[in-house]
Each structure stands twice: as C-alpha cells, then as structure tokens.
Design a protein around this ligand. Structure first.
Ligand SMILES: Nc1ncnc2c1ncn2[C@@H]1O[C@H](COP(=O)(O)OP(=O)(O)O)[C@@H](O)[C@H]1O
Ligand code: SF4
Ligand SMILES: [Mg+2]
Length: 330
C-alpha cells in the first residue's frame, strides 16, 4: 500500500477502500489468477470507473465487494474496507444487511435479474419491505415514486407490467430502481449499458449521473469502453489481466493517458472499436502470476526491463501508473 493510499484511507471522505486484493478461481485442478494486487478508493459522492477489456477482472473485483463471488473463487489476500469495516471478514448477517441497503448492484443483463413471474413494481416494493420496516401499501407508493425518479414513463401503469413487457432500457431502469430503493451509499454498476443501443445507453448514464448528483451516491461504474465513462466518472482505474495499469482523475486519463494500454483503450474508443470482442480468457502465460509486465506481449514500447513486474509509480498526488516508462518520473 502506498503512502497516498494510507493518507486517503484516513480521510473522512473515504467510503470504500480496496487494498491489495488478490483473487483466484479454482477450475478442476487449475487455478486462474483473476485479480492480482488491486487497490483503489472510492470517496463519498464520487464516481469511480473501472475500465478494461473482457476478462481483465472487473466483475470479479466488483463481486468481491459485497462478497457475492461464486463458490470456486478464493480471496487469497486483501482488505475491503467499507465505512471502515473489512467486508472480507463480515458475517453472513452483516453482509445481508449491507447488500441492497448500503451497497446496491446493477448488472449487464437486467432481465436475468428480474423475476419473470412478478410484476416489476412489486419487485421494487419487495426490496423496500425487506430492508425497511414499513407496510406493503406504503412500500407500493414508494416503489411508484422510485419508478418515477427512474424516469419510467407512466409509472402507475408500468408498475403492473411483467418483465417481458419492458424494453431493455426500461428493464434496466427498474433494476436500478431496485438497487437504489433503500438509498445505498454505494451503487456498483457492472456494464449497465452494454446491451443497450446508443440512445438508451446515454439515457441510463444520465440517470446514473443524476442519482450521483441528487442523492450524493457513490458509484463504481464498470465498463470495457473508456468512452462510456468519460461524462460521468470522477476517477478512472484501468485494469488489464487482473492488474491495475493506471489510475487518475478523469481529465488526466483522457488528456494525458500514460500507460500504453490506456492509450490503446482510448484509441479503440475513439474509433468505436469494441475491446470486449477481444479474447475472453487471457492465455495462462499472460495472467498475473507470470513475471514481467502483463502487457508486454502487446506493448509497442516493450524493453528489457519489462521482464520484471512494474512497480507502482506515483505520477502526482492523485495518479499512479504501473509501467517502466515512467520509472524516472517518480
Ligand atoms: N466463475 C469463474 N470460474 C472460473 N474462472 C472465472 C470465473 N469468472 C471469471 N473467471 C475468469 O477470471 C478472469 C476475470 O474475469 P472477470 O472478472 O469476469 O473479467 P471482466 O469482468 O473484466 O470481463 C477471466 O480470466 C475469467 O475467465
Ligand atoms: S512496463 Fe514495459 S511492457 Fe509494460 S506497458 Fe510499460 S513499457 Fe510496455
Ligand atoms: Mg465483467
């Protein structure tokens, strides 16, 4: 952990601090290093974007926060401090209380999250009843209110719809409504717009931005597309092959990207190329357990020193990069 992180950890603005997270998956007799030495902070009221191509460990990192990892995942190391409490050591009861009420989650496919046999409004009301000691009638009113806040057209009518009657964008609004129904301090949105067309994608991002502004809710926004996060994120964390490559405020990432991978992501986003279509699994020699920079097989600047794992290089008080190109700047 760097000094910057220690200082920020003590700040009263700090909501979440992920420190030195290392996660493996067990697959038969093999171990996949999905996340290696990942550290980042989220301050209260801020939007942090986690960006990287498919397979880079974004979802694994996100699922680790509320402890929703699949059974074959093993957290080998790390600390996840939420409001000062280490969630990795939290009991089932503590986690149940935190999920939904303190930390809301939204995933890529809203329909897989919704119960096909239940009216969508009732699904929002159910979340409220679960976490707040109020009567069903009151929860229904609150749920209709939430649907309206989610900019669902005709919330009184849509409340009684079943999931299959909703468009993708409308279903995602309902799921976001469920996630924020109890006004959590943190919303984790994992590729919430990836399956939506561009206009609807912009609407959902605007909705998230409004929730961040109006409710002061912190958001961890995950995307494979750097362009998607530009209008909403305060800070950006770039991941590749399970590791962080670079972190900085949104302006420095876009105006002055340092890591060769960040630059490649930026070019891909400007050209409208989809990094998600790249290989889904990294070849085992590229995964973080191997020594050397994990980006060296693709990096145009690769040099002898890149056979060693790059260390964290602080660029200024608030940005860092893992790349030997900057070792003289620290
Ligand atoms: N349940 C799982 N079992 C085994 N390996 C997994 C599982 N989920 C993800 N992985 C592997 O972990 C790595 C990171 O995956 P993931 O966190 O889903 O990345 P991203 O969200 O960035 O696409 C990938 O190599 C992926 O194949
Ligand atoms: S450490 Fe070397 S291989 Fe890795 S990104 Fe930097 S220059 Fe490229
Ligand atoms: Mg993912």
């Amino acid at each position: 952990m760097t000094l910057t992180m220690i200082e920020r950890k003590n700040s009263s603005k700090l909501l979440l601090s992920v420190q030195n997270l290392k996660i493996q998956y067990r697959k038969k007799n093999e171990y996949i290093e999905a996340v290696e030495d990942v550290s980042f902070n989220i301050d209260r009221g801020k939007v942090v974007a986690l960006v990287g191509e498919s397979g880079s460990g974004k979802t694994t990192t996100a699922l680790a926060i509320p402890n929703l990892l699949p059974a074959n995942a093993i957290i080998k190391e790390g600390v996840i401090l939420y409001k000062g409490k280490n969630l990795i050591q939290a009991t089932h009861e503590e986690l149940r209380a935190i999920r939904g009420k303190e930390i809301g989650m939204v995933f890529q496919d809203p329909t897989s999250f919704l119960d096909p046999l239940m009216r969508v409004g009732d699904q929002v009301a159910e979340v409220i009843v679960k976490h707040e000691s109020i009567k069903k009638k009151e929860a229904i009113l609150k749920a209709k209110n939430i649907l309206e806040k989610m900019r669902v057209t005709e919330p009184e009518r849509i409340y009684y719809y079943y999931p299959h009657q909703l468009s993708g964008g409308m279903a995602q609004r309902v799921v976001i409504g469920m996630a924020i129904a109890c006004q959590p301090s943190l919303l984790i949105a994992d590729e919430p717009t990836s399956n939506l067309d561009l206009t609807v994608q912009a609407q959902i991002l605007n909705l998230l931005k409004a929730l961040n502004h109006e409710l002061g809710m912190s958001i961890l926004l995950i995307s494979h597309d750097l362009g998607v996060v530009s209008g909403i994120a305060d800070r950006v964390v770039i991941m590749y092959a399970g590791r962080i490559m670079e972190e900085g405020d949104v302006h420095s990432i876009f105006k002055n990207p340092r890591h060769p991978y960040t630059r490649a992501l930026l070019v891909a986003s400007e050209l409208g190329e989809d990094m998600v279509k790249q290989q889904n699994d990294f070849p085992s020699d590229l995964l973080s357990s191997s020594s050397g920079c994990c980006y060296r097989h693709k990096c145009p600047y690769v040099m002898e020193r890149c056979k060693e794992n790059p260390i964290e290089i602080l660029l200024d008080q608030d940005s860092r990069v893992y790349c030997w190109l900057y070792s003289n700047e620290s």
